[in-house]
Write a protein that binds this ligand. Structure first.
Ligand SMILES: [Zn+2]
Length: 576
């Protein structure tokens, strides 16, 4: 590597001066990187933004920065792609390492050929709310299909009429649309009942399935002991007759079983049930059918009907895999290639549907969108954005090793996006009113976002009276200087507060703490924030907050990100 140009330090003194990166070098690096990504032409706006994020002090001389960027861009853009890459590798090799790690194909292990056909599916049962684990499964299948110009099918596995509920079809579809998934096809297993009946008959006629009339207890025992019942050998004709009878027989009288092996090492292969009688109206087909395929039969047949080639799914189905592939081979279908990954565990989050339902019923949780949960409705209502959920779930990889994930991992992804997107406001939690003696009248315009002037600002006229958070007020120390952010410095003296100055420089010298604040004025907005632990924080926010729409996510400075949930009550939900 060539020696780097020495930073120009002649105007700077002191031990830290040498550690600062050189402005031109920083600009060159970002210009080269941007050019490399956009056909050899870097854009000034992007380079300025990157340079500022690396050296925030550059904001103080935007004109100078723009001039430097324009000069350097002229040189860089003239180099051509090859030379740009070469130079960038020389001055910032770390960018290449990071890039390569990021762009590694998480599906590489599947070994797909370039032209290989890919059709994937995600099959939810419309019986409960999807959570972040479903998000992972759907996003993996969707990504795999999209990256290979394939097709993605959203399939509702709704062949248990007792469990399939109308509302959940919509909830699933809506939640996945929110995640940015647009299926090439939406399919319903309950639309394919005739096919299930005909495949069942085919299996019966091949003597690979039989209708068993034994009581449930006997069936269980025969599986444990590996002993066949009499029904097993009655032959296809008799079984077919019974199969017809199943349509009118009482629930529980007959089951259709596959004839595999009652001593099989995998217990799911011991002559499993593939169809059973369920006497309940189906939300889509009403009372038309009483004989329903069970999960494995439905899954194996639907994969074939839809032409599914690959599926990535959670490991809890591992035991069933052998059976589902066996059914596909009995019926002469191609086998779906299945890849499993570990269950998705979030630390401290209740994920059992049964327990969640209990806790909703006894009032411990507010609903399926309770802010402590990781259902998609809850994450959305709190202010988690789809891009963050996507990066988070994909970052967990396709591995069978169980790992407990933390909220912190998800929050870090979300924060990265919200930091840019969200405007800043003041919310004074549990406000305390203070008077700062001799504070001058100030007209202030505070940017809604520090990096984007174009988003506008909050205007305040301040005098001597302010609100600050009570928690902050209680902590002020005698004689120390504090600063109201972007406003003024004051000192506590006994029970009084005295104006010191407006200059940030004065605060930098001996300031003890920075506070968020609001001027005492009529137009402040009574605001409340629901926390993930269900507590409610009440306080005041600036007047502009009244103009936000439900769904807006903001950053309340020194408090956190919050999403406006209820405009009448001005209630926000705390994001993080
Ligand atoms: Zn039997």
């Amino acid at each position: 590597m060539k020696p780097k140009k020495k930073p120009d330090t002649k105007h700077e003194t002191g031990p830290e001066a040498n550690a600062k990166p050189d402005l031109r070098e920083v600009i060159r690096k970002h210009a080269l990187e941007n050019a490399r990504r956009f056909n050899g032409k870097a854009s000034p706006g992007a380079v300025i933004g990157k340079a500022i994020s690396e050296m925030p002090e550059l904001k103080q001389n935007m004109k100078g920065l723009a001039r430097e960027v324009s000069l350097i861009l002229r040189q860089v853009n003239a180099l051509g792609a090859e030379k740009q890459t070469e130079l960038l590798m020389e001055i910032a090799p770390e960018l290449f390492e990071k890039k390569e790690r990021k762009e590694r194909d998480i599906f590489e292990f599947i070994g797909l050929g370039e032209k290989e056909k890919v059709v994937t599916a995600f099959p939810p049962e419309p019986s409960k709310y999807p959570h972040i684990g479903h998000a992972k499964a759907i996003m993996l299948n969707y990504e795999l299909a999209k990256r290979h110009n394939g097709e993605f099918v959203l399939r509702f596995e709704d062949t248990n009429p007792r469990l399939a509920k109308k509302e959940f079809y919509e909830i699933h579809a809506d939640n996945y649309a929110w995640l940015g998934i647009s299926p090439d096809r939406t399919d319903y297993a309950s639309d394919h009942m005739k096919e299930f009946y005909s495949y069942a008959e085919e299996l019966i006629m091949k003597d690979q399935a039989y209708v068993c009339s034994c009581p449930r207890e006997d069936v269980k025992l025969s599986r444990e002991r590996g002993i066949a019942c009499e029904c097993r050998d009655m032959g296809p004709e008799e079984s077919k007759k019974r199969f017809k009878e199943m349509e009118t027989a009482e629930e529980g009288v007959y089951i259709l079983r596959l004839k595999i092996d009652l001593t099989h090492r995998n217990s799911t292969m011991r002559d499993p049930t593939i169809m059973r009688i369920i006497d309940a109206k189906h939300t889509r087909t009403g009372a038309k059918y009483r004989l329903w395929p069970n999960y494995d039969f439905e899954n194996a047949v639907m994969d074939a009907i839809e032409g599914i080639t690959h599926r990535l799914r959670s490991k809890e189905f591992e035991m069933r895999n052998e059976l589902q592939r066996h059914i596909q081979s009995l019926l002469g279908f191609g086998e779906t290639r299945i890849f499993e990954f570990a269950r998705f565990n979030m630390e401290g989050v209740e994920s059992s549907g049964r327990i969640i339902r209990e806790k909703i019923d006894n009032g411990e949780l507010t609903g399926w969108d309770d802010p402590s949960l990781t259902t998609l409705v809850a994450l959305r209502r709190r202010g988690f954005v789809p891009e963050a959920i996507k990066s988070f779930v994909l970052s967990t990889g396709i591995t069978k090793a169980e790992a407990t994930l933390t909220w912190d991992d998800l929050i870090a992804q979300n924060k990265r996006i919200l930091d840019r997107e969200c405007n800043r406001y003041f919310f004074i939690d549990d406000p305390a009113r203070i008077k700062i003696k001799n504070a001058p009248r100030l007209e202030l315009n505070l940017r809604l976002h520090p990096d984007f002037r174009e988003r506008g600002s909050r205007s305040y006229t301040t005098g001597e009276d302010f609100y600050i958070a009570k928690k902050d007020a209680d902590r002020l120390e005698e004689g120390k200087i504090y600063r109201l952010m972007d406003c003024l410095n004051f000192r506590k003296k006994g029970d009084a507060f005295n104006f010191v100055s407006a200059e940030l420089e004065d605060y930098k010298k001996e300031g003890k703490g920075m506070l968020h604040w609001l001027p005492v004025q009529d137009s402040l907005v009574k605001t409340e924030v629901l926390m993930p632990d269900h507590s409610l924080r009440k306080g005041l926010a600036g007047p502009l907050v009244a103009g936000l729409d439900v769904g807006a996510i903001v950053q309340f400075e020194r408090f956190g990100f919050c999403r406006l949930d209820d405009k009448n009550r001005m209630r926000f939900w705390f994001t993080h």
